[in-house]
Unconditional design. Structure first.
Length: 210
């Protein structure tokens, strides 16, 4: 639920995986090839000579700075900036505050621990529920709760979903507002399914995630 693009993450993982696979395959090929050591020395000398030639061409006479060095430095700076931006965005989706309200006498903030405690207390006694975990994230700049319910083998999904629906409605009454809640059911069900379920406090509180 953070702001990282899922397609970009998968593309990055695919590229890194393909590069690692190519390097591993090349090393394995060199090891099994009879003249692999000689090929490696030849390629190394060729690569070093090409690098010296490219980086040894100055931009203008009287300087030791080459165009290749400038391009490499610019690419490195861009890569560092992109990596820093990517790293700083990680985890930005989580939040410790679920509700913020401000009135004439001041403001109030409700910590994630409050609704988490209420939901856990309400759901852990439901038949078939093994454990409950609650966390909070910002989705489109709005706080939302994520409830992960681990169910025991043979649990009824309908019973658990109804219990989540009731717990969320009671939570909204206790908080005085209707927080958005995303619930995920995992574990062994009678139908042997893993059903991600989206729960909110609207009229149709529970329905599967498309």
């Amino acid at each position: 639920m953070n702001s990282t693009n899922r397609a970009l993450n998968r593309a990055l993982l695919a590229v890194v995986g393909l590069l690692a696979l190519a390097v591993a395959a090349s090393l394995a090929w060199l090891l099994v090839t009879p003249n692999g050591a000689e090929l490696w020395r030849t390629w190394s000398r060729t690569a070093v000579a090409w690098t010296d030639d490219v980086f040894g061409r100055p931009l203008w006479s009287g300087t030791t700075v080459s165009l290749a060095a400038v391009v490499a430095l610019a690419a490195a700076v861009v890569a560092v900036v992109l990596l820093l931006a990517f790293a700083l965005r990680q985890g930005g989706g989580s939040t410790a505050t679920v509700v913020r309200a401000r009135g004439d006498d001041g403001g109030i903030e409700i910590d994630t621990a409050v609704p988490a405690r209420l939901l856990v207390e309400r759901l852990r006694g439901v038949p078939g529920v093994a454990s409950v975990a609650v966390s909070a994230y910002r989705v489109r700049r709005q706080p939302a709760l994520k409830v992960t319910v681990d169910c025991r083998r043979g649990a009824s999904p309908r019973t658990v979903v109804d219990a989540i629906d009731d717990a969320v409605l009671r939570l909204g009454q206790a908080l005085g507002t209707r927080p958005t809640v995303f619930a995920q059911l995992t574990g062994g069900f009678r139908a042997r399914v893993r059903t991600p379920v989206r729960v909110d406090t609207g009229a149709t509180a529970v329905h599967p995630i498309p």
